[in-house]
Design a protein around this ligand. Structure first.
Ligand code: PLP
Length: 405
């Protein structure tokens, strides 16, 4: 079956007793099975819940895994994956990663004697140089948050496996619509289900998907022992969101590409980060790895100072100023002061996350309205009298809607 069909039907089989097309939501925290209790499929909701199991079945098929586990948040999923490691082990992570991931690696796992090195994972020589005999996991985002950089998953999997390390890919931004990392050799796929999978800014969740049943057992043991499972109602909402994942994501990607093109021609924009642009240094890899859906997140650097950047982020109306990505509502934020504020300043600068960087999550509003919103923000935050490209603004040479026809 095709992706969209599996999104709707796998894990969502009709309920056998009543024939309900939508499986019921099981809120029960505990179960009283007849017969041998030790053989019951469900006994307690931390260990297993039918609504969670349905979501996990759907996630496994969409990521081409042997099984999946659903967590109370993306961070809980990351925490579980890293609990595979022991004191004295080492993690190699990309420089372009979510601020919360940076924080758990550098400020929580270090307390347990697990060390992390950040390295540009698109630079094979740098990766090989940073690998140590005790490197047990390589952690990368596809694409990276917030700079939308890519790693060649197939090449990185080979390096990780030569070393006997696991390759874990945070596929939150790519989604299985664009990339299925397990098919490219990754061992673990992680999601913040809060984002594109849920898609409506109304749930918090995370997921791990794997292709090795033994690894699944090990992760399940950690999840059950530590307890950060996704709540049944959130699972129900996530399952509902996933049914429209492919449609939503493809449409959001289309709008994102238009917006990236518009920004790349704007005189007040210094740089646009979007793998769908032909000018992106990894565009060729993006075409292969993201399979034509380049993502719904666009980052760009204003040719303006910190204050003007803050003004811009506060000026848009449809793009609401908020962290998170992936929902039907468009969002805007300044990574340096919001999603990536937990970075140490030096690491943030080294990673290239400047104070002028703005991250957009492109939703499902009409792209004309979104472009008009950005255009209004340029005029409000950087009025022509203040900006150094005054003449192009005043003469009306802004490339309005150049890509809409
Ligand atoms: C790429 C990425 N991974 C992980 C997370 C963490 O997920 P959650 O907020 O669901 O814990 C986020 C959150 O923004 C994210 O952007």
């Amino acid at each position: 079956m095709h992706f969209s069909t599996r999104s709707i039907h796998v894990g969502n089989e009709k309920e056998p007793i009543t024939g309900a097309v939508i499986p019921p939501l099981h809120l029960s925290s505990t179960f009283a099975p007849d017969g041998d209790f030790s053989k019951a499929v469900y006994d307690y909701s931390r260990s297993g819940n039918p609504t969670r199991a349905a979501l996990e079945t759907t996630l496994a098929t969409l990521e081409e895994g042997c099984g999946a586990l659903a967590f109370s948040s993306g961070m809980a999923a990351i925490h579980c994956a890293t609990q595979l490691l022991r004191s004295g082990d080492h993690i190699l992570a990309g420089t372009d990663i979510y601020g919360g991931t940076y924080r758990i690696l550098h400020k929580i796992l270090n307390r347990a004697g697990i060390e992390t090195t950040l390295v540009r994972l698109d630079d094979e020589a740098a990766v090989r140089a940073a690998i140590r005999p005790n490197t047990k996991m390589i952690w990368a985002e596809n694409p990276g948050n917030p700079l939308l950089s890519l790693v060649d998953i197939e090449a990185l999997a080979n390096i990780a496996h030569e070393q006997g390390a696991l390759l874990a890919i945070d596929n939150t931004f790519g989604t299985p619509v664009a990339t299925q990392p397990l098919t490219l050799g990754a061992d673990i796929v992680m999601h913040s289900a809060t984002k594109f999978l849920g898609g409506h800014s109304d749930l918090l969740g995370g997921a791990l998907v794997v292709r090795d049943p033994e690894l699944l057992k090990e992760l399940y043991f950690i999840q059950n022992a530590t307890g950060a499972v996704m709540a049944p109602f959130d699972c129900f909402l996530c399952t509902r969101g996933i049914k429209t994942l492919e449609l939503r994501f493809r449409e959001q990607c289309k709008s994102a590409l238009w917006i990236a093109q518009y920004l790349s021609h704007h005189p007040l924009v210094r740089k646009v980060f979007y793998p769908g642009l032909a000018s992106h240094p990894q565009h060729e890899l993006a075409q292969r790895q993201l399979r034509g859906s380049f993502g719904a997140v666009v980052s760009f650097e204003l040719a303006a100072d910190y204050q003007a950047t803050q003004r811009f982020v506060a000026s848009t109306q449809l793009f609401q100023r908020a962290v998170s990505v992936g929902a039907v509502e468009s969002l805007i934020e300044q990574p340096a002061s919001m999603s990536h504020a937990s970075y140490d300043k030096a690491d943030r600068q080294k990673a290239g996350i400047s104070d002028g960087l703005i991250r957009l999550s492109v939703g499902l509003e009409h792209v004309h309205d979104l472009l008009a919103d950005l255009q209004r923000a340029f005029l409000e935050a950087l009025p022509p009298s203040e900006d150094k490209t005054k003449s192009s603004v005043e003469s009306g040479r802004l490339p309005q809607y150049a890509y809409l026809s």
